[in-house]
Unconditional design. Structure first.
Length: 197
């Protein structure tokens, strides 16, 4: 069966919590948008995508999507998938397009958005984000694939002890006390970086 331009989707929340009744929202969703949510779970695996379209159910993050399933034409599905980006290991890391960094290796990941890391205090000349990008630029990160969920290329960068120490020293540049404390006290050895195309 050909892919329809839109799909009638029932959206509900899968958020954990006490017993609560969440409303179900029914909306017409472009089929491309629905498939984009699926790509965050399956990647460009045609077999799994066809199974999800036929099953008519998907959980993505805290949302559940339900629709009347159908057997999608493999040719139409391939044509639609061709409109989404593919992983490209030849892409060099571009600090100017980096939107998010996750410091890993300790007991918990430290999530740093560009917005949070780049905020400066009054009379502050530099930001933590600039300090992080200077450390990252010392040795190019390794390409780690494309994230359909984040709509960004992923890069991975291991830190030396000296580099991790430089970032801890720069932690007071962070405007948010909790985030600055995490960077200073939580052990980390690497960063995962998201770069928008």
């Amino acid at each position: 069966m050909a892919l329809p331009p839109t799909v009638r989707v029932k959206l509900s929340s899968e958020a954990a919590g006490s017993i609560s009744i969440t409303p179900v929202v029914v909306q017409e969703m472009p089929v491309r948008e629905l498939v984009e949510y699926m790509l965050g779970v399956t990647g460009k695996d045609e077999t799994r995508l066809r199974e999800l379209l036929l099953r008519g159910s998907l959980v993505s993050g805290a949302s559940r999507f339900r629709w009347t399933g159908w057997d999608a034409s493999l040719g139409d599905l391939r044509e639609l998938l061709g409109t989404f980006p593919d992983p490209d290991p030849s892409r060099r890391f571009a600090a100017a397009n980096c939107t998010h960094a996750t410091l890993r290796g300790g007991r918990q990941p430290i999530e740093i958005s560009r917005e949070a890391g780049a905020r400066k205090g009054l009379f502050q000349r530099d930001s933590f984000w600039n300090a992080l990008m200077k450390v990252i630029d010392a040795a190019p990160p390794v390409y780690a694939g494309y994230s359909y969920r984040e709509r960004a290329d992923r890069y991975h960068r291991e830190f030396s002890q000296e580099e991790a120490g430089q970032l801890r020293i720069a932690s007071p540049l962070v405007r948010y006390t909790t985030l600055g404390d995490q960077i200073r006290t939580v052990a980390f050895t690497q960063a995962e970086l998201l770069v928008k195309r």
